[in-house]
Write a protein that binds this ligand. Structure first.
Ligand SMILES: [Zn+2]
Length: 476
């Protein structure tokens, strides 16, 4: 598939052959997927999801010269057919045809596909989906070709999308599409999610199979009070997938020490028991301190430590983005994690040749201090108990499953065909869908001040002033 790639993804580079960046002494083979167009899409002026964060990220990656240590690809867009590998055809056709101008005539479809303030119709929506999903699929294919150890797509990781509807700022689920590709070659794929929200769309897609084990660390409140409302300890998978789904529900305020210790403790046990052949890591940056929709206190270093830990397993690895709503910090985090993945040390001072340098003030550093913290509601006793419960569940795994490769496609194909059939029945009978639909933006996101959020100024305003949660003055 080399012939479909061209190399033009860094703003300061001339197009060149895909192999010209490879240094012979590189220990690991890293591939980086980025399309410059992705940063130009806009969900809406007041919408917290800002694709511009991907331009910021790529800017820092290039300014730190990390692209010289990777193979850089501008991947092809996903085709309709690619997207229909997971999503039902009627949903993809809708996404392809609807525009801000004609959306009124699609109001019935918009409702059943969960189009809302969270997931609005915006100009270029389908192109946006094709670009980020195409990058994840291309990255997965490259991992299966065995000439790459690690693939990175910061535009991917949109883990809430379901096979038949949008959810939580996600329209198509690039993660599921990528894992489907990996499963064509690798017997067992481990999915790890460190976004602050539960990885519900990926969990749901693989809930009935042992070919993909899903593990999500996230903020969780009883009675569905934090989006998406799922992700309790009791969700463990069903049928063949029973016990191959693990959730680590946490309360507000997780700090570096407790998060990294718990992450390493849990994920090591998962790896030892499941013995994955490939790993997909969703590295959502809304688990960082000061995120507008989050509630944890993680530093960029701690978030990166989780990435480093998984990378050091030396198992084929696909690293994806995800949430992240304080866009300068998202860019810092993902640039730093890129440096970890390519084994490069980068200076603390951000490179002055970065195009967006001025937006990283007042400190212009990679690891700015987190001076205000949310009270950590996770007591030591809570975390100890949680760790115990998780290990108890893992002990019930009967070793790594060694399933036949064909089982996956058959089982899941059946499942998706059933879903499509259900959708047809729904259309015919017009039975209202009574599943609870929650809103990410309008849920219990006490840190998001919609009134002060604009595309062009949120980098400049310290919106911590608008937050009313418990803080202390300790420098962090
Ligand atoms: Zn999130």
């Amino acid at each position: 598939m080399d012939s479909t790639f061209f190399d033009s993804s860094c703003y300061n580079l001339r197009p060149q052959s895909v192999t010209s960046h490879v240094r012979s002494h590189c220990k690991k083979r890293i591939s980086y997927f980025h399309n410059n167009e992705i940063g130009n899409f806009q969900f809406g002026v007041q919408h917290p999801m800002k694709p511009l964060r991907l331009s910021y990220t790529n800017d820092l990656v290039c300014a730190y010269r990390l692209h010289e240590k990777m193979r850089v690809f501008c991947p092809p867009k996903a085709t309709d057919h690619d997207l229909m590998e997971f999503h039902i055809p009627s949903y993809i056709t809708f996404l392809k045809n609807v525009t801000p101008e004609n959306s009124e005539q699609y109001s019935f479809d918009a409702d059943r596909f969960n189009i809302s303030e969270d997931c609005p119709i915006f100009r270029g929506l389908y192109d946006f989906c094709q670009i980020y999903a195409g990058a994840s699929v291309a990255a997965a294919l490259r991992l299966t070709s065995e000439d790459t150890d690690i693939c990175i797509n910061w535009s991917g990781g949109l883990h809430h999308a379901k096979h038949n509807e949008a959810s939580g700022f996600c329209f198509v689920n690039d993660i599921v599409l990528a894992i489907q590709q990996l499963l064509r070659v690798f017997p067992r794929v481990l999915y790890i999610d460190i976004d602050i929200h539960h990885g519900d769309g990926v969990q749901e897609a693989f809930y009935e199979t042992d070919r993909c084990m899903t593990v999500s660390f996230h903020k969780y409140k009883e009675n569905g009070k934090y989006f998406p409302g799922t992700g309790g300890l009791g969700e463990i998978g069903i049928g063949l997938g029973k016990r191959y789904c693990l959730n680590v529900p946490l309360k507000d305020g997780m700090d570096d020490e407790s998060y990294v210790a718990l992450f390493k403790d849990v994920i090591s046990d998962v790896k030892d028991r499941y013995q994955p052949n490939a790993v997909v890591l969703q590295s959502g940056a809304d688990s960082l301190g000061k995120d507008k929709l989050g509630g944890f206190n993680l530093s960029i270093k701690a978030h990166g430590e989780c990435v480093r830990f998984v990378k050091n397993w030396q198992i084929p690895l696909l690293v994806l983005g995800g949430g992240g709503y304080k866009i300068e910090n998202v860019a810092r985090c993902w640039a730093y994690e890129t440096s970890i993945l390519v084994d490069a040390e980068v200076p603390e001072a951000l490179p002055k040749n970065a195009q967006f340098y001025n937006f990283f003030g007042p400190d212009y550093s990679l690891h700015p201090p987190l001076v205000r913290r949310i009270e950590n509601l996770n007591t030591k006793a809570d975390l100890q108990k949680l760790s115990q419960q998780v290990h108890e569940r893992l002990r019930l795994l009967d070793g790594a499953p060694s399933v036949q490769l064909h089982e996956f496609s058959k089982d899941l194909q059946d499942l998706w065909e059933e879903s499509e059939e259900e959708m047809r029945d729904y259309q015919e009978d017009a039975i209202p869908d009574i599943r609870p639909r929650r809103r990410l933006m309008l849920g219990e996101n006490e840190f998001y001040d919609r009134g002060s959020d604009h595309d062009n100024d949120d980098q400049l305003v310290d919106e911590d002033q608008t937050m009313d949660y418990v803080v202390d003055n300790e420098s962090y």
